[in-house]
Design a protein around this ligand. Structure first.
Ligand code: PHE
Ligand code: NA
Length: 453
């Protein structure tokens, strides 16, 4: 087994932050968060999500970086080496394997949605939505879904661009560009929010997202809502896949993990919440269904772009930025599979890129057929697309994340942890309470609760 990775370190905090933010901010914020809120009925999900981010996602992000920085290797070997250095079993490497598989599965359907964003960029640019009402906009979306050919073309382009970026080794350039693109994306979301404030539905959306409605968190659907929120916390922060472990392995000792994590978590959360405020007012003011599912942003935002000044231009730019954000995530999702093939087989880097891309692409085609030809193909009651999504978000990521925090809280020597985090006194006690008890027990309770109900 060779280790071809040359362990250069990030020369600056900025490079590291851009890579981590690039991976975190993506379709999870703009596409997935709003539709999950809608499917779960609003503020109860938002509250559960915020709690999961703060009490579980944040410490696990720190734990993954820390394990990578200690191990200085790929996720499998980092887990294994750090465990061995503490006199524990090397079987912890399994966590790294689950992560590689998780990233592989996620990218297959992520690329399909990235393809939707690309397609919408072109649709908006050609004025498809100008002057259309809600029903007509939904018609356009359903037309796209009904066509396996269209979906395949855009999925192929998205996957192809991802592969080219990774093959050419220009990922760091792409990550640098996100320094401009992500703020622009946020700015455009705020423009849509401004449009909403003037065009109705805003107050209703604020109530929908933020009114404390605890009855739903104790009602019959509560365990489903909370598990969705937990799964999404992992998805949106790119946790449980070894991606953040890998980033941590390139990180210099002098960088504060806690303050970096705070930056990433706040940015990611703010972008998701603003996306909610961009989308739900349009849904309400047009009498649309918030529980419409994965198409939610594609049936709502074009209505706004279709009726605002310079809407075609802004809409094109918006979907361009969404595609860009999706690409900075997809390059982080493909990397674990490539690295695995490169290090564990005799394939070259280029062959590894090609093999990983084709495998993920094929699975993506199976996923996109769920929206048309294979909509009746159900596995455990789910179509392929939903199955891939649920299996990863509700199962693999939380379990791998749980392993990471248990590892940081119980397996690593607490002296090394304290040194890694540079904590003392009350802050150190607080970290220990969260890492040893609150975060792992939180994940376990959500699981048990779901199994029972
Ligand atoms: N965090 C990304 C998003 O929110 C998706 C992603 C998940 C990226 C897992 C990498 C790993 O869009
Ligand atoms: Na995210």
């Amino acid at each position: 087994m060779s280790n071809k990775q040359n362990h250069a370190q990030w020369s600056s905090k900025v490079g590291f932050i851009m890579a981590a933010v690039g991976s975190a901010v993506g379709l999870g914020n703009i596409w997935k968060f709003p539709y999950m809120v809608g499917e779960s009925g609003g503020s109860a999900f938002v509250l559960a999500y915020l709690l999961c981010i703060a009490l579980i996602g944040f410490p696990i992000l720190v734990a993954e970086w820390m394990i990578g920085r200690r191990g200085q290797k790929n996720p499998m070997d980092s887990f294994s080496d750090v465990a061995a250095s503490e006199g524990k079993s090397r079987n912890w490497a399994i966590v790294g394997v689950v992560g590689i598989l998780g990233a592989f599965l996620i990218l297959s359907f992520y690329s399909v949605i990235g393809g939707w964003a690309l397609n919408y960029m072109v649709k908006l640019g050609s004025g498809t939505f100008t002057g259309l009402n809600g029903e007509a906009v939904e018609g356009v979306f359903n037309g796209m879904l009904a066509s396996p050919g269209t979906l395949t073309i855009w999925h192929t382009i998205f996957m192809g661009v991802t592969a080219i970026i990774v093959a050419l080794g220009v990922t760091s350039g792409i990550e640098k560009a996100s320094k401009i693109m992500i703020p622009m994306l946020a700015l455009l979301l705020f423009v849509i929010v401004g449009y909403n404030i003037m065009n109705g539905g805003f107050a209703e959306a604020v109530t929908y997202l933020f009114s404390p409605d605890l009855s739903k968190l104790t009602g019959p659907d509560s365990s489903t809502i909370i598990l969705s929120a937990l799964g999404h916390a992992f998805f949106t922060l790119s946790l449980g896949m070894g991606i953040m472990v890998t980033y941590g392995s390139y990180l210099g000792k002098n960088i504060s993990l806690l303050s970096m994590a705070r930056t990433v978590v706040i940015l990611d959360t703010v972008i998701a919440l603003v996306a909610g405020l961009a989308i739900f007012p349009i849904i309400f003011s047009h009498g649309m269904d918030p529980a419409a599912g994965p198409g939610l942003i594609f049936v709502s935002l074009p209505i706004a772009f279709g009726s605002m000044t310079a809407g075609a231009l802004l809409g094109t730019l918006f979907f361009l930025l969404v595609t860009f954000a999706a690409l900075t995530s997809s390059i982080s999702l493909i990397e674990p599979s490539i690295e695995f093939l490169e290090e564990r087989t005799s394939m070259s880097r280029t062959t590894s890129v090609i093999v990983a891309t084709i495998a993920i692409w094929l699975l993506g085609v199976a996923a996109l057929l769920s929206f048309n030809l294979w909509s009746d193909v159900l596995i455990f009651g789910n179509n392929i697309f939903d199955l891939l999504d649920k299996l990863t978000s509700k199962f693999m990521l939380p379990l791998a994340g749980l392993a990471a925090i248990v590892f940081a809280g119980w397996v690593m020597s607490q002296d090394s942890v304290r040194q890694e985090l540079g904590l003392s006194g009350g802050a150190w006690t607080l970290w220990q309470i969260v890492a040893k008890f609150i975060a792992p027990i939180g994940v376990i309770i959500v699981f048990i609760n779901t199994l029972i109900s």
